[in-house]
Design a protein around this ligand. Structure first.
Ligand SMILES: NC(=O)c1ccc[n+]([C@@H]2O[C@H](COP(=O)([O-])OP(=O)(O)OC[C@H]3O[C@@H](n4cnc5c(N)ncnc54)[C@H](O)[C@@H]3O)[C@@H](O)[C@H]2O)c1
Ligand SMILES: [Zn+2]
Ligand SMILES: [Zn+2]
Length: 343
């Protein structure tokens, strides 16, 4: 089968690999039908993810069909499934608390330390937890983002603990920022401000009714604008989903005293937390890798048409063109939110 791997010299290539085999009773072999490329895939190729293993098949955002299963797997061969970006055992100390990102037996494995979804077949560990069945009235593409960016957006929105009348500022109108906005809206938050340097993305946020106000830092002073919109106080909640050079600093500067600042963004450099400057502001910071344990719930929301992530797909390509897809995704953020890769 064909699989896309990365090399230490920051190149990617399609190679021939063996179709994976079941190793444990909880494994399935999933034939991938659609995948997407995530900004975190680009971080891996650039060498910014320490636990990523060179020559591993990339891809942790994908859906497919079960073609083989271990004897303890409850799902059936032929079931259509969304794959969680995290594989978790469901039984360890952290899993029992819902902190599946820190599963003692799993975590972010697929496309990072074991072969992922940018190959035609994938061995999925802990399938009873890592897979979510796609119901009949949900197409593969409708469920493509459940296991990664939708989970991340939903998790970020939950961490923000926003009340309905809070002003929430989201930095970055990329897929994670937009999924955070989508989730906040679903949770009833009325006032969302989104800032991004990319006007196309800001316009999508407006068009999808995910932002009440949009601010482009290249056109307006973000801090001033937010102070104007919040009676000089600052944002009640901030979600930093940009991960750019100055956006962590922005996140706490635009927060009001006692705000919660959620940071799903993954950085390529260390960030500074200048505690003396913010002393007395009494901020709460929450950050990390998504605890993606809500996939069944998110699938239900999609099935019942409460939310949809379809608007994120701006381009569809064939798996044969995945290398060009990576280049396009990396270099055309103004034209492309997410790429759906068809197998
Ligand atoms: N925590 C997790 O588990 C998790 C999961 C998925 C993705 N991520 C990370 O979340 C981040 C966002 O992911 P994404 O797919 O949406 O990425 P993305 O690159 O598509 O989106 C980031 C957005 O930030 C904008 N931006 C850049 N500089 C800015 C600035 N100065 N002010 C405002 N906006 C600015 C960009 O224009 C872009 O639209 C990435 O760092 C990604 O690696 C984390
Ligand atoms: Zn991802
Ligand atoms: Zn576990």
């Amino acid at each position: 089968m064909k699989a896309l791997i990365w090399n230490k010299d920051k190149t990617i290539e399609v190679v021939e690999k063996e179709i994976p085999k079941i190793i444990s009773n909880e494994d399935t072999i999933v034939k991938v039908t659609y995948s997407s490329i995530c900004t975190s895939d680009l971080h891996i190729v650039e060498g910014y993810v320490p636990k990523a293993v060179e020559k591993t098949t990339l891809g942790h955002e994908f859906v497919g069909i079960i073609v083989e299963k271990g004897k303890n797997v409850k799902l059936k061969i032929g079931d259509r499934v969304a794959v969680n970006c995290e594989s978790f055992c469901g039984k360890c100390f952290y899993c029992k608390k819902g902190h599946v990102n820190n599963c003692e037996n799993g975590g972010w494995l697929l496309g990072c330390s074991i072969d992922g979804g940018h190959g035609e077949y994938v061995r999925v560990p802990f399938s009873n937890y890592t897979l979510t069945k796609i119901p009949k009235n949900v197409a593969y593409k409708n469920a493509l983002f459940i296991g990664d960016i939708l989970s991340t957006g939903f998790w970020s929105a939950k961490l923000a603990e926003a009340r309905k009348d809070d002003t929430v500022v989201i930095i970055g109108a990329g897929p994670v920022g937009l999924c955070s906005a989508l989730s906040l809206r679903y949770l009833g938050v009325k006032r969302i401000i989104i800032t991004d340097i990319n006007n196309n993305r800001l316009n999508i946020a407006k068009k999808e009714s995910l932002a009440d106000f949009i601010i482009n830092p290249n056109e307006k002073d973000v801090i001033n604008e937010i102070l104007k919109l919040t009676e000089n106080k600052g944002a009640d909640r901030v979600i930093e989903a940009a991960g750019a050079k100055n956006t962590f600093e922005m996140s706490w500067k635009i927060a009001r005293a006692n705000a919660i600042v959620v940071v799903p963004a993954m950085y390529e450099e260390n960030q500074i937390l200048p505690l003396p400057i913010m002393y007395g502001k009494n901020l709460t910071f929450k950050t990390g890798g998504v605890d993606a344990f809500c996939c069944k719930y998110l699938m239900k929301l999609i099935r019942n048409k409460k939310i949809s992530t379809d608007f994120l797909i701006t381009k569809e390509i064939n798996f044969n063109d995945i290398i060009e897809g990576y280049q396009f995704f990396k270099n055309n953020k103004d034209k492309c939110l997410k790429i759906a890769v068809k197998y």
